[in-house]
Write a protein that binds this ligand. Structure first.
Ligand code: GDG
Length: 489
């Protein structure tokens, strides 16, 4: 991989995200920094290495100062630098849990009634974004390219300029962008929109997100001119142009396919199937979050078992729930609601030798996760709203036997690519529709499953995450305003 050459990047790449893509572990010998296994870091590492890049982000509270030696060690081995931004307890609360997760996260996922528009959060959000901007400014040069990730840091580019640092900046939003009737509820809507326009390139997961952004722009900046497929020109004080693109994120297909194809993995998947006595396994894997629609999915499952009695004793639903944002009260309530539903449904349908729902509340290793992907017959990916949803893609990549089926919410970004490829699309709010889709998925013939899964896997293979990085950087550096086309979705 030639990392960066192809896209006319002259300086280094500076990646900025809320969290560094690493974990800090306390070992007897002191702190150790370990690289994360996420697709984003895998795809960016070659570019960062070849360009001598830099990744700026927080890494939990405290410990950073102590850990500076391990960070240096990591940088030496990985070939690019990690720069931790330290957050105080208050900043973590008001910027991260507050503004990011109690305002932007619910609002951008269309849950406006869950928003807590606390003015204090906004002030702290700006403060922390300023802090990130200072770190970027102090550690980069004018010819570096700054690539900012996600809703936690929408203001960094604006503050960079305010601080007098001239940098080319790009922004990618990993979560959806809402329609105007929702976005306009945000008390700081003008500031947020203007801050995004401080980037030379703003990227979204889907064409629908991009369209929503442009519609909001047209409401709030009536003098903005929008033309072509790829760009917008705002007629502001200094007349600047911003490219607005659509870049559906992918996964590291080869890594999942390779792991899933190993003999050890086949044995592990077989052991899972045997433990479930070769029943049809339905799988859900979600972070504990209300956007993932887990209670709605469980109700659909209850409806499926009630409406289609032939499914009883034939299917088992394995629900993996990964602990997340445990400090936020709402998440605790959601956990209780899910546990109550699991207990109720199991209470209603269990017979000797068969329990319909198996609930795992913990983090699985990558190995275990792929074993479950491989062992299950149907993946239930039914978020109420999702930027993309990588679980859907990972399930397909791991399904090397091409025997699985995918039930997918039409409100996941992935639906835009998967709808014509054989995923069973559902409205996650429609209990009976989801119930019937579960039934349909369980009854698909072998050749039908194979045909559908084959098409899905081809799509996941072709649109992998390194292609995603390339297409974003290509768009950032293409000479003419409209010479890049949004990726076909
Ligand atoms: C945001 C957007 C967008 C899950 N459980 C375990 C585990 N996972 C991994 C999966 C997958 C990731 O977590 C979840 O990714 P998603 O895409 O589903 O969701 P978010 O975390 O909300 O991510 C989303 C994404 O950004 C990328 O742009 O698709 O829409 O919300 O990779 O594999 N990994 C391991 N054990 C688990 O138990 N090892």
């Amino acid at each position: 991989e030639e990392g960066g050459e192809a896209h006319g990047l002259r300086g280094r790449l500076v990646v900025v995200s809320n969290r560094l893509p690493v974990t800090l572990a306390r070992k007897p010998s002191g702190w150790e920094v370990q690289a994360g296994a996420g697709g984003l870091v895998t795809a960016l590492a070659p570019v960062l290495r070849d360009r001598g890049g830099l990744w700026i982000g927080s890494c939990g509270q405290g410990g950073e100062a102590e850990a500076s030696a391990p960070f240096a060690r990591f940088s030496k081995e990985a070939g690019y630098r990690l720069l931790p931004v330290e957050l105080t307890g208050e900043e973590h609360r008001d910027y991260y849990e507050g503004f990011s997760n109690e305002i932007i996260w619910p609002l951008f996922h269309d849950f406006q009634s869950r928003c807590n528009f606390e003015p204090r959060y906004w002030n702290c959000y700006q403060e922390v974004n300023r802090k990130f901007a200072r770190t970027v400014a102090a550690n980069s040069r004018e010819d570096d390219y700054v690539w900012v990730h996600d809703y936690h840091l929408m203001h960094v580019a604006g503050f960079l300029r305010e601080q007098g640092a001239r940098r080319s900046c790009g922004f990618f939003l990993h979560i959806p962008f809402p329609a105007p009737d929702i976005f306009l509820k945000l008390p700081w809507r003008r500031q947020v929109l203007s801050a995004l326009l401080e980037h030379q390139l703003v990227g979204f997961q889907t064409l629908a997100d991009r369209r929503n952004f442009i519609r909001c722009l047209q409401v709030l900046h009536p003098r903005a001119e929008v033309w072509g497929r790829g760009c917008v020109v705002t007629a502001g004080v200094e007349e600047k142009s911003v490219r607005i693109g659509c870049f559906p994120i992918g996964i590291d297909y080869a890594a999942f396919a390779k792991l899933a194809a190993s003999p050890a993995m086949a044995a592990q998947a077989r052991a899972i199937r045997q433990a479930y006595r070769d029943r049809t396994i339905l799988l859900g894997v979600d972070r504990l979050d209300y956007s993932k629609g887990v209670p709605q999915r469980l109700r659909a499952l209850r409806s499926a078992l009630a409406r289609h009695p032939e499914l009883r004793e034939r299917v088992c639903h394995v629900q993996v729930l990964v602990p997340s944002r445990e400090g936020v009260g709402e998440y605790q309530e959601l956990k209780n609601e899910i546990e109550r539903l699991v207990t109720q449904i199991n209470g209603e349908f269990t017979v000797p030798g068969w329990v319909p729902i198996h609930h795992l509340y913990r983090n699985l290793s990558r190995q275990e996760l792929v074993a479950y992907y491989l062992a299950s017959d149907v993946a239930l990916v039914t978020p109420l709203r999702d930027g993309m949803n990588l679980v859907a893609k990972e399930y397909c990549a791991s399904n090397v036997t091409e025997t699985g089926a995918l039930v997918l919410s039409e409100f996941a970004g992935a639906a835009a690519q998967f709808q014509r490829l054989g995923a069973l699309l559902v409205n996650p709010y429609d209990t009976e529709e989801v119930a019937d889709a579960i039934k349909t998925a369980c009854c698909l013939s072998r050749p039908d499953r194979r045909m559908r899964m084959h098409k899905l896997r081809e799509n996941v293979r072709r649109s992998n995450v390194s292609g995603w990085v390339d297409s974003f950087l290509d768009a950032a550096f293409s000479r003419h305003l409209d010479d890049f086309a949004p990726i076909e979705t």
